[in-house]
Design a protein around this ligand. Sequence first.
Ligand SMILES: *Cc1c(COP(=O)(O)O)cnc(C)c1O
Length: 467
Amino acid sequence: MNVLGIPSVESVLAQPAVRALLGGLRREVVVECVRECVAALREERGKPGADPGPQGDAAALVAARVAQRLQPRQPQSLRRVVNATGVIIHTNLGRSPLAPAVVEAVSQVAAGYCNLEVDVATGERSKREAHVAALLARITGAEAATVVNNNAAAVVLTLAALAAGQRVICSRGELVEIGGSFRLPEIIACSGAQLVEVGTTNHARAGDYQAALTPDTAAILKIHPSNFRIIGFTSEAPLKELADLAHRSSTLLIFDAGSGLLLPAGEPVFASEPVVRQAIADGADIVTFSADKLLGGPQGGGIVGRRDLIQRISRHPLKRAVRVCKLTLAGLEAALRAHLQPQGPPDTVTMRLIHRPLAELEADAQALADAARRAAPGWNASVEPDESSIGGGSLPGETQPTVVVWLEAPGLAADALDRAFRLNEPPIFGRFRKGRFGLDLRTILPGDADDIVACVTRLARSGSTGE
Ligand SMILES: *Cc1c(COP(=O)(O)O)cnc(C)c1O
């Protein structure tokens, strides 16, 4: 112990709380954590004006911190949460939940070996993408298809393979940032293509693109501005017109469709969403999209289009760096199969959530509010109509009517309630808006309501935030 009250590593290791940890954890892991916590304390206490703290307790204090960090009963860091935000494709909460058939397909290949890169009939080596490529091509009407890790990778790889060192023409109104630092101009630069911007933020006509065409133009790039919408005095060249222009000028039309709506869905809520099959029919040479947005699969990026171009893309060295794993392929294949059913929208969780009838949500909301009132007699639970957004950079400005249960707990401000629900196990993410905390029924999955009621019960009993 020195003047600052910093315990030695040995004295912390001798503390009962740390000795108990050594029974279940490797010694070097524990020692390393003790060193870190001792160093942290030294830094805290070494700051000018810092409270040196009670000398004798320092070893016990550090031991408690070590135990807290290494606690074997700590839940796994990445774990299930309840999404009561109403945002259906919530990137921070893992985007699309997977349908039971998709989960089953993933778990089948996860626990053992699988025919990832071998043709069962011939025993010869095959390409891993083969498991989904034909299916993707059939569903979208494209000649050929491949998959990579996500749509950002799909865009970079496509441009690297087809446009590196050449010009790519893109409308200023489409050079967007898609959350979490995915900035299209930077992505394009990464591929080695030279970006040529045309038009203005709100206007880009076919003529603007035409004027920018030169012999070293590799492609016109059209991007679906999926997470925002410019309204008012705007114009955008239709994809078909741009495809015709590209082909007259012996160049390519590449389309980043974003959210991965593969087939027409028929509902008005999808009116502004590009359909991959339609983009191919309209003449796009390559279309890229995410697999975990409206498609309802695991994280992935689809690339569909002309066979010769897909071949060039597949042979590019970057392809190996962005290849998908067997779990992705298994899940994606199952999610794509759900697109083959003869009628109705594909049977994915995302689609099911978007289409859940309001009457069902109202009934569930009343039941949840009643259960909350029973669990916490002093609380107020009110059911109100509201709007859910689709999220995930899909359908900007489009909402689905929903129902929200707003909760009020005596003596607990809405932000404290919000935090207490997040600190629940499983964590519950609700809506915190205009000083109120509520739960949006549209994204509450079967079984989630039990977790919510258990959380309300616990908070009401403890009469506090549960911390
Ligand atoms: C979401 C989105 C992306 C990024 O897709 P990831 O699969 O998240 O990499 C790129 N472009 C558009 C238009 C998008 O909507």
